[in-house]
Every structure is written in structure tokens, then in C-alpha cells.
Design a protein around this ligand. Structure first.
Ligand SMILES: Cc1cc2nc3c(=O)[nH]c(=O)nc-3n(C[C@H](O)[C@H](O)[C@H](O)COP(=O)(O)OP(=O)(O)OC[C@H]3O[C@@H](n4cnc5c(N)ncnc54)[C@H](O)[C@@H]3O)c2cc1C
Ligand code: FES
Length: 265
């Protein structure tokens, strides 16, 4: 993990209100699910870095999809920091800390991976799909333009099923309803997206008796386990006995869904 100025290679519209940011990065190696903290401005406002998952790593010499010279982020403009970032131009630099966090664990030999992404929750799964060489992505998009991001998975061997609440693209309804239809006894579920979706995915996986790992989002100030601002309440059982809180930045962002106290999230 390092903190460095990274040259912007591209910062272009991917969908309305959503951008792809390419950063020069000599020999990056990233585990799917890891994230970076970006200082979006050279000045003091905003002071805090903003966290973003890694969408892709490109330009490596070999065929390893997790290594390369360009780190790509995919971000939605939701407030001041992301608005400032969207105005940054090619050849400028931004200071970036990372890669940070743990990433998704390996699936068992006989487990079939189902990735469940809601909105920007699709981000960690492009690298994971490339790494796995197969798998199923269930993508809950907000509408047609967001659903178009699914075409990024065309170069992978991963099957993709899209759902939208209004049925304008793919299946009509919630992505967790798709999960209920697709899940089997040999599935393992990896989920990333809004908390409501993660809770529902956890319930569906528990009902099917399979493992579920979720990537959590919290507001983050430091990204390295120092400020304690990203704490979530842990369930006190198993390995985490006697632990009340877990830090999303340094112990996550990916957790076994059984370790989280969902009532307090
Ligand atoms: C580990 C991690 C990975 C992330 N990966 C991505 C990613 O790949 N792409 C992406 O677009 N976003 C991602 N996010 C969310 C992203 O960090 C926030 O959208 C961003 O920090 C908002 O900054 P802002 O200054 O534009 O908005 P602010 O002005 O800080 O907030 C604007 C609005 O967005 C809400 N908001 C702020 N941060 C979050 C958050 N973390 N989760 C939900 N709502 C939030 C605020 O409550 C507020 O309503 C990630 C967050 C985490 C913790
Ligand atoms: S963001 Fe500071 S401890 Fe996690």
C-alpha cells in the first residue's frame, strides 16, 4: 500500500453521471474487492480522500488480469468530491492511497460463484469475473443507461443477468429476486451494493444454506484503520468472539455476512 501522485490517463463519461478514471500505476497488483482513497483536489477542500473500488487493471505484460500499468475506477457523481473529480483532466495528477482492504476470498473448489451487484456495486466484479474465468453476475441497474455497463463483461466468460425495478432492461424487479431464482446448494454469493440489497442477499443465501460475502460501504476518513470512523457492529460469535466492532477499511470492506450485526447497520 502506498500514497502517490498518479497521472490521470483518462476521465471520461461511462454513463450519465458516471465516469471512468484511468490512473497511471507502474506494476499494480490488485485483489478484486480492494479499494483506493483518492484526494480529489490539490487544495484543502475537500480535506478527506474519497474511497473507490478498483474496476480494472490494464496494460500488463502478461495475461494476468489483476496486474498492469493502469488502474481504472468507475464512479458516480453524488456530491462535492465526486463532482470535483469528474472535472479533473487528462495529464493532471491525483494523490492516491492504496490498494487497501482485503478483497473477496477464494471460492471453494466445488462452489459456483454468484456475484450480486446493485448500482455502483458492480465495480469489484469485473476483475473478479476476469480472475474466475466463469461465474454468474446478477446486476441490479437503476435504468437503461446504468444497465449498459454490463457490456463491460462481454470480454469475460461470466454470464450476466440484469434486472431493473421498472423492467426497462432485463428482468423486472429486485436483483435479489433474481438471486432467489438462480441460487443453488453449491452456490457461494458475493454481494456489493446498497445496505438493503446486502441484507436481502444475506437472507436469500442463509435460506439456501450457502456462504455469502458482502462488500460494505461506510464514510471513510483515513482508510487505514486509524480514525475508527468506519466501524460496524460485529456479531459476537465464531472467530470474532468478544469483538464488538470491525473496521470496514482495514478488516473489510469484504466480510462474511454472518459476522455483521445487520440490525445495527
Ligand atoms: C470501500 C468503498 C468503495 C467505494 N467504491 C465506489 C465506487 O467504486 N464507485 C462509486 O461511485 N462510489 C464508490 N464508493 C462511494 C464513494 O466513496 C462516495 O460516493 C464518495 O465518497 C462520495 O463523495 P462526494 O464528496 O461526492 O459526496 P459527499 O458530498 O460526501 O456525499 C454526497 C451524498 O452521497 C452520500 N455518500 C457519501 N459517501 C457514501 C458512501 N460511501 N456510500 C453511500 N453514500 C455515500 C452522502 O450520504 C450524501 O448523501 C465507495 C465507498 C466505499 C466505502
Ligand atoms: S476510515 Fe478510518 S478507521 Fe476506517
Amino acid at each position: 500500500m502506498e500514497s502517490k501522485d498518479r497521472k490521470i490517463l483518462f476521465n471520461e463519461v461511462a454513463a450519465p453521471g458516471c465516469f471512468r478514471l484511468g490512473l497511471e500505476w507502474r506494476s499494480a497488483e490488485v485483489t478484486p474487492g480492494q479499494f483506493v482513497m483518492v484526494r480529489v483536489s490539490d487544495g484543502l477542500d475537500p480535506l478527506l480522500r474519497r474511497p473507490f473500488g478498483v474496476y480494472g487493471v490494464h496494460g500488463g505484460r502478461g495475461k494476468n488480469p489483476l496486474k498492469g500499468n493502469v488502474v481504472e475506477l468507475l464512479y458516480k457523481v453524488v456530491g462535492k468530491g465526486t463532482r470535483i473529480l469528474s472535472a479533473r483532466e487528462r495529464n493532471e495528477s491525483v494523490n492516491v492511497l492504496g490498494p487497501l482492504g482485503n478483497g473477496f476470498p477464494e471460492a471453494g473448489k466445488d462452489e459456483k460463484v454468484i456475484m450480486v451487484g446493485g448500482g455502483m456495486g458492480i465495480v469489484p466484479f469485473l476483475m473478479l469475473a476476469k480472475k474466475l474465468g466463469d461465474g454468474l453476475l446478477l446486476y441490479g441497474a437503476r435504468g437503461k443507461s446504468e444497465a449498459a455497463l454490463a457490456k463491460d463483461f462481454k470480454g469475460t466468460a461470466c454470464r450476466v443477468k440484469v434486472s431493473t425495478v421498472d423492467g426497462s432492461v432485463g428482468a423486472k424487479g429486485l436483483v435479489t429476486e433474481l438471486l432467489e431464482r438462480e441460487i443453488t446448494k453449491d452456490s457461494v454469493v458475493y454481494a456489493c451494493g446498497p445496505v438493503g440489497m446486502l441484507k436481502a442477499a444475506t437472507k436469500v443465501a442463509a435460506a439456501a444454506g450457502v456462504r455469502c460475502h458482502v462488500s460494505l460501504e461506510r464514510s471513510m476518513a483515513c482508510g487505514i484503520g486509524v480514525c475508527l470512523g468506519c466501524a460496524v457492529r460485529a456479531k459476537t460469535h465464531g472467530e470474532r468472539e468478544n469483538r464488538n466492532y470491525m473496521m470496514v477499511c482495514s478488516e473489510g470492506p469484504v466480510f462474511d455476512s454472518e459476522d455483521i450485526d445487520w440490525e445495527l447497520l
